[in-house]
Design a protein around this ligand. Structure first.
Ligand code: ADP
Ligand code: MG
Length: 248
């Protein structure tokens, strides 16, 4: 067995034992800030789970997402994602680590001067997918998000709901094991919000682990998923088939 195979098996065993996402007494303090943004948080998410993270503005939700993406490393404790300790990743390993994560943000973050096809294809070019394969993959993922007919459109001309579907297609094209979404419906009307959430639910049903930060009580209460509620950097509630907990 090669060292590479040994390490892969080690990571698979770690995921079995501790979850695909595992935060072990994690704190994150920003320089110059008083209280930590994430304060001694422990959390386990198993492969295939769908988890909502909710909580007031400033409660540390986006910091959690950044820790999972390894945009940040914790000031204390350890963050394990896909069996990797994010603090121990070597520089050269980070791109491969990131590729196993799909990410969607509230503000879409598309390439404004490119069309729909190019925005999605871009993610495949980065990992050097052969072009023949890419020409099959991109239309297939675009039809999954209902945008097959718009592949030539400039993304600036799309509605918010359509832009978020492009972002979702881009996040999924490289088949990530985890989808992280930070308020993906924050800029959408209720009908587009539901379309996006239903797509994320289908993606989860096909096996992708999903973590969604949201402020929407309607969505959380209707979907009956695990709900992790944060307050001032601490997890104050964690429930299967949970409800949205209003502060004050
Ligand atoms: P949420 O996403 O729940 O609104 P954040 O994780 O963005 O919360 O922020 C948590 C806390 O950390 C807040 O007090 C915020 O002001 C602080 N914070 C977030 N990002 C930074 C940063 N880059 N530098 C300093 N403080 C930050
Ligand atoms: Mg946030």
């Amino acid at each position: 067995m090669t060292l590479k195979e040994k390490n892969r098996i080690k990571r698979e065993n770690f995921i079995e034992d501790h979850g695909i996402i595992y935060l072990d007494k994690v704190s994150m303090s920003y320089p110059e800030e008083g209280a930590p943004a994430v304060d001694n948080v422990s959390l386990r998410i198993d492969k295939g789970e769908f988890v909502f993270i909710t909580g007031d503005s400033g409660s540390g939700k986006s910091t959690m997402i950044k820790l999972l993406l390894r945009e940040l490393v914790p000031t204390e404790g350890s963050v394990y994602v896909n069996g990797y300790n994010t603090k121990k990743l070597r520089h050269g390993q980070i791109p491969k680590f990131r590729r196993s994560l799909g990410v969607v943000f509230q503000d879409f973050r598309l390439l404004r001067d490119r069309n729909v096809y190019e925005n999605v294809a871009f993610a495949q070019r980065i990992i050097e997918v052969p072009s023949a394969q890419m020409r099959r993959n991109v239309p297939s993922i675009l039809s999954m998000v209902g945008l097959a007919g718009k592949y030539k459109s400039n993304v600036r001309k799309l509605s918010g709901g359509e832009q978020q579907r492009v972002a979702l297609a881009r996040a999924l094209i490289n088949k990530p094991s985890i989808l992280l979404a930070d308020e993906p419906t924050g800029n959408l009307d209720p009908s587009n919000s539901w379309e996006i959430m239903n797509m994320i639910d289908e993606i989860n049903a096909m096996g992708t682990t999903v973590v969604v930060v949201t402020h929407s009580p309607e969505i959380v209460n209707a979907m009956k998923k695990r709900v992790v509620t944060m307050r001032k950097g601490i997890i104050v509630n964690d429930e299967e088939e949970g409800l949205y907990i209003n502060e004050d």
